[in-house]
Write a protein that binds this ligand. Structure first.
Ligand code: FRU
Length: 479
C-alpha cells in the first residue's frame, strides 16, 4: 500500500490504534526480520542519527516514520548499548512538534554537554504552498528521555544555499566545537559548510567557510557529511547525490563516498591534501553513514543499509530499512579500514568448518581464506540447486564479485544485480556476516566492504561451494 502525501504527513496522534495494530501485525508476519541488526518493528528506518556516548552508554538514534514503508513525517527513535553490538530501544521518540520542525525532525548528530545530550538536527518545514524551509535546530536531552528544544533556530539558512541545507554534524577538534552541514548552492551543486561554536557554546555558531576538500563539483546535493579524525588525519564521509560516474564509478542510486586528508586547517576550512574520492562500500546499499570520535578517540561508524527512492520487498509488510553493524575505522598504510567492533565475536557459538550445508539459520559468520592466484565461487542463501547470493573471489584476476540475481525476491533492478571491486593478487580473507536478509562482507578485515540486502525464499538457507579451494570457519551467531 503506498501512502498519499496527506497520510505521510498526518500528525502521529491522528493514526488510530486499529490502524497501528494492523501495521504492527503485518510487519510481524515478515519472514525477513534481522536478529542482530537494528531494524524497526514496523515503519521505515533511514539514517543513523546522534551516534554518540552519553553517561556510560552508546547512543544511537534513527530516522523513523512509523506508519508503513514510506518517507513521511520523521522522528528520531533512541536506542542504547553498552557493547556496540546489542542495541536496545528505550521507547524514547523525539518528535517533530514545533514550528521549526513541523514536517520532520531530520538527520543530525549528538554530543554530551554538561549532564545532557545535545541534539543537533535539521527541522524540515513545509509552508502553506508546500515550499520547503530548513532550520538547523538544537535541544538538550536528559537521561529520562525528555528533550528541551532551543526555541530559536541555531543556524539560519545562508543566502547562498537553496532549501537543501541539512544534516549538521557536531564534532570536537583541538579544544573547539565545530559543525559541518550538507548544502546545495543556488546553481544546484553539492557542497559543505563549516561552522564553529563561539566560546564553546552549542547555541552560538559562527560561519568559518565552505569546506575545501577538492570537491569535484558534479553532485547536486551533499547529504550527511561527517568528519572524523583517525591518527589526527581528517576523514570526510559524505553522500554526493548525482555524482558524475566519470569522477568515480558506482552502482547505487546515490553513493556514499569518502576522502582522507593529511591535516585540517580549521581557520580556512580546508582539508589539506585530500585523497581521491573513494567508494565507502561496494555493495548494493550503504547510505548516510554516520561516524564520530568516541571519548577515547577511536573512530566509529554505522550505516543505513538502505537507500532513498528505492522500493524494498519488505514494503508490503509495512516496514523498511536496517542499520549496519558498528564499524571501527582505522588507517593502515594510508588506506581506510572498516571492521565490526571486537565485541561482535561474542555472538559466536560453535565453530564448524566451512563446507556445503543444506540448511543454516541464515544467522552466521564465515571467516574464509583465499590463496594467491586462485578463484573460488560459493553461494550463500543457497537453495538445493545452488541458487542464491553468489560470491566469486578471484585473486588471480584481482577482483571480487557478488551477484544477487538468484537470491530470492528481486528489486532495484534498474541498478543491476551484481557488484564488484578490485583486490590485489595476494592471500585474501573474508569475514562475512549473514543475518536473515542482510549481508556484510569484510575483505582483508575491512580493506573493502560489501553491504547489502537479499530477501531469500524460504528454501534459501544453505551454503553451496561451487568452485575453488576456499577454506575457513563457520560460526553460528546468537544474539
Ligand atoms: C538522507 C536524508 C537526509 C535527511 C533525512 C530525512 O537519507 O535525506 O539528508 O536529513 O534523510 O529523513
Amino acid at each position: 500500500m503506498s501512502l498519499t502525501t496527506e497520510q505521510r504527513y498526518k500528525p502521529y496522534s491522528e493514526w488510530t490504534e486499529e490502524e497501528i495494530n494492523k501495521i504492527k501485525a503485518n510487519a510481524a508476519s515478515s519472514p525477513w526480520h534481522t536478529t542482530f541488526h537494528v531494524e524497526p518493528h514496523y515503519g521505515l528506518l533511514n539514517d543513523p542519527n546522534g551516534f554518540s556516548y552519553f553517561k556510560g552508554k552508546w547512543q544511537l538514534f534513527y530516522q523513523y516514520f512509523p506508519f508503513g514503508a514510506a518517507h513521511g513525517l520523521k522522528s528520531w527513535v533512541q536506542t542504547e548499548s553498552t557493547d556496540l553490538i546489542h542495541f536496545k530501544e528505550t521507547g524514547t521518540i523525539l518528535y517533530p512538534d514545533t514550528p521549526l520542525d513541523s514536517h520532520g525532525m531530520y538527520s543530525g548528530s549528538a554530543m554530551q554537554f554538561g549532564d545532557k545530550l545535545f541534539i543537533f538536527y535539521t527541522g524540515n518545514v513545509r509552508d502553506k504552498n508546500w515550499e520547503r524551509q530548513t532550520y538547523q535546530n538544537g535541544g538538550l536531552l536528559d537521561s529520562n528521555g525528555h528533550l528541551e528544544k532551543v526555541p530559536q533556530t541555531l543556524i539560519a539558512k545562508p543566502d547562498d544555499v537553496t532549501e537543501h541545507f541539512r544534516d549538521p554534524q557536531i564534532f570536537f577538534y583541538k579544544g573547539e566545537y565545530y559543525a559541518i552541514i550538507g548544502a546545495q548552492s543556488l546553481d544546484k551543486k553539492g557542497f559543505i559548510k563549516l561552522y564553529k561554536a563561539a566560546s564553546n557554546s552549542y547555541k552560538d555558531w559562527t560561519f568559518v567557510g565552505d569546506l575545501d576538500f577538492e570537491n569535484d563539483g558534479t553532485s547536486y546535493m551533499i547529504e550527511c557529511p561527517n568528519l572524523v579524525f583517525i591518527d589526527d588525519k581528517p576523514v570526510l564521509l559524505y553522500c554526493p547525490q548525482g555524482l558524475d560516474k566519470k569522477v568515480i564509478d558506482y552502482g547505487n542510486i546515490y553513493p556514499n563516498m569518502y576522502k582522507i586528508g593529511q591535516a585540517f586547517d580549521t581557520e580556512n576550512a580546508v582539508i589539506i591534501d585530500p585523497s581521491e574520492i573513494q567508494n565507502l562500500d561496494y555493495g548494493f546499499e550503504v547510505y548516510a553513514t554516520q561516524a564520530f570520535n568516541a571519548p577515547n578517540g577511536r573512530a566509529l561508524s554505522i550505516s543505513w543499509i538502505g537507500l532513498p527512492d528505492v522500493e524494498y520487498p519488505t514494503d508490503k509488510y509495512d516496514y523498511q530499512g536496517a542499520m549496519s553493524l558498528v564499524k571501527e575505522l582505522t588507517l593502515k598504510d594510508g588506506k581506510l579500514y572498516q571492521y565490526p567492533v571486537e565485541a561482535i565475536t561474542s555472538l559466536r557459538q560453535d565453530e564448524e568448518s566451512f563446507e556445503n550445508k543444506t540448511r543454516t539459520s541464515n544467522s552466521y559468520e564465515l571467516e574464509l581464506q583465499f590463496d594467491k592466484d586462485s578463484r573460488s565461487e560459493f553461494v550463500l542463501f543457497s537453495d538445493q540447486d545452488g541458487k542464491g547470493l553468489t560470491v566469486i573471489v578471484d585473486t588471480a584476476k584481482g577482483n571480487i564479485t557478488i551477484d544477487r540475481s538468484q537470491a530470492g525476491e528481486q528489486y532495484a533492478l534498474d541498478f543491476g544485480t551484481s557488484r564488484s571491486c578490485p583486490i590485489e593478487n595476494a592471500p585474501t580473507t573474508a569475514n562475512i556476516f549473514i543475518d536473515k536478509s542482510v549481508f556484510e562482507i569484510f575483505i582483508n578485515k575491512g580493506e573493502k566492504v560489501f553491504t547489502g540486502r537479499v530477501f531469500p525464499r524460504e528454501d534459501q538457507t544453505g551454503i553451496t561451494i561451487k568452485d575453488g579451494q576456499v577454506s575457513g570457519k563457520y560460526f553460528e551467531l546468537k544474539y
